[in-house]
Design a protein around this ligand. Structure first.
Ligand SMILES: Nc1ncnc2c1ncn2[C@@H]1O[C@H](COP(=O)(O)OP(=O)(O)OP(=O)(O)O)[C@@H](O)[C@H]1O
Length: 449
């Protein structure tokens, strides 16, 4: 308890949620206590059921809205919720990652699904520091488990395509708690830097959509105090937030404008103090500038399609100076996406380019002499996304090695076609989903005497 009080005092955790979460956890403890003291087995079962449902609903956040009053009879259990029972016979496959507070394991559930289990990291820095200070193993474990509980409550309430999905949780009487999450891949910035502009744009767009949601979430305006790439994972090319224990849910209070200064290592920004005494919009501004300095700067400008460059430059300038709100930034991103998808930015490509190529439909190439280009969707050849045959022809013309390209029906996330470019191939094979475009060779000139 001493440990709990000391650290909570130091945490910038949103007070209201914390109090309500604590009340829920106290209630759960009370119920467990009641279960332990009961002897009649049917009574025990009844309490077990109501306790489980209570837990279920508390993590759906219903108690938070109803001021902790529960009408247990009216609660419907989520059938997809993964609880302690489903975690009995799991096979741990790998450690996916760990941080100061938590460790994440990849496990296979008995029915074969793979999920990520997030739990307290006993060898982590948080526990180590707490033990050094208080030498109270149980108290320290409880304290760190509390952070994970906060994260679970937030994951229940904040649902968005760019927030990791909470599949369930399991809490045992010792206070140990495990979150069951959809599995992602830890974000590898180096790998992302090597990916195509389209993939990098997707990450920045996803992040902007997430920040737009957080600025006006069901819990208010949420700021991510610890905003770094390692707080995110990738799921099928989409960026998802996984670490929420450092989120705050209220804007800072103020008396003067000077109280509303956003401080970053290289820059400060001032906001006005509202008549209500809050630094309005500060959470959203903090998130946006962090998105700019940790993500946009590295991922967005590099290799932007030339016709979109002015729009992307504008996003970089306005976010880097915090001159536009998250709403305007999202609109700017949507404009870029629209142009990129529609191919309108390619109007300058000459239609006659295609006439340089002979088309063969219903075939693909085999025995290719591939060449590598950068950034390619495949590391073994030159696989790029194109809006149309015209763009593919333009690209092939600009690569000295290119003599043909093959278009399949495969599309990228924006709906663009995947085209593979070759310097030569040995033969054509039937393929209903593909067409091959070969550069027409110029007729050799005949010398006349
Ligand atoms: N669902 C997931 N799928 C795959 N990996 C994950 C998942 N969730 C988290 N991870 C990985 O586990 C690491 C630790 O998780 P998390 O960030 O929640 O712990 P933490 O102790 O709060 O970290 P930090 O000290 O950075 O705040 C993450 O950096 C991430 O790489």
């Amino acid at each position: 308890f001493k440990v709990h009080e000391a650290v909570v005092a130091n945490e910038t955790i949103e007070e209201d949620l914390l109090l309500k979460s604590t009340a829920i956890l106290d209630e759960l403890d009370k119920r467990r206590q009641e279960i332990r003291t009961l002897t009649n087995s049917s009574e025990v079962q009844r309490f077990m059921d109501t306790s489980e449902t209570f837990e279920q609903q508390s993590f759906e956040g219903k108690h938070l809205e109803n001021g902790n009053t529960v009408s247990i009879g009216s609660i419907i259990k989520n059938p997809d919720h993964i609880g302690c029972a489903q975690l009995v016979n799991v096979r741990s496959v790998d450690v996916l990652g760990s941080g100061y507070t938590k460790i994440v394991l990849q496990v296979v559930l008995s029915e074969g699904h793979t999920v990520a289990l997030k739990t307290v990291y006993d060898q982590g820095t948080d526990i180590r520091r707490c033990l050094e200070e208080f030498n109270d193993p149980l108290g320290c474990h409880k304290l760190v488990a509390f952070k994970l509980k906060k994260e679970i409550v937030l994951l229940q309430r904040l649902q968005h395509p760019n927030i990791i999905k909470l599949r369930g949780h399991c809490e045992v009487s010792s206070g140990d708690i495990t979150a069951v999450l959809e599995q992602g891949q830890p974000l590898q910035m180096i790998q992302l830097l090597q990916s195509t502009w389209e993939e990098r744009f997707r990450v920045c767009l996803g992040l902007t959509r997430l920040l737009h949601y957080l600025s006006n979430s069901p819990l208010g305006s949420v700021a991510l105090l610890d905003f770094q790439p390692r707080q995110f994972v990738m799921v099928d090319g989409e960026l998802k937030l996984t670490d929420l224990d450092d989120a705050i849910l209220t804007e800072p209070v103020c008396q003067l404008d000077q109280d509303c200064v956003l401080q970053f290592p290289l820059r400060n920004f001032s906001l006005p103090c509202s008549p209500q005494g809050v630094c309005e919009g500060m959470n959203s501004m903090r998130n946006l500038y962090n998105a700019y300095r940790y993500f946009f700067t590295y991922l967005l400008p590099h290799q932007t399609p030339p016709a979109l460059k002015h729009l992307v430059d504008n996003i970089m300038n306005t976010t880097g100076e915090l001159r536009s709100s998250i709403n305007d930034t999202l609109e700017a991103f949507k404009d870029v996406l629209h142009l990129y998808r529609s191919g309108l930015h390619l109007d300058s490509y000459i239609p006659s380019l295609i006439r340089d190529y002979a088309v063969m439909r219903g075939v693909s190439t085999s025995g290719n002499m591939d060449y590598r280009c950068w950034p390619s969707y495949s590391q073994f050849g030159c696989l790029l996304s194109v809006h149309s045959v015209r763009e593919a022809a333009f690209i092939c013309n600009s690569h000295p090695q290119c003599s043909s390209f093959c278009l399949s029906k495969q599309r990228t996330w924006t709906g663009r076609l995947l085209a593979s470019f070759q310097s030569s191939f040995s033969h054509l094979v039937p393929d209903g989903n593909s067409e091959v475009y070969m550069k027409k060779t110029k007729a050799p000139s005949v010398d006349r005497v």
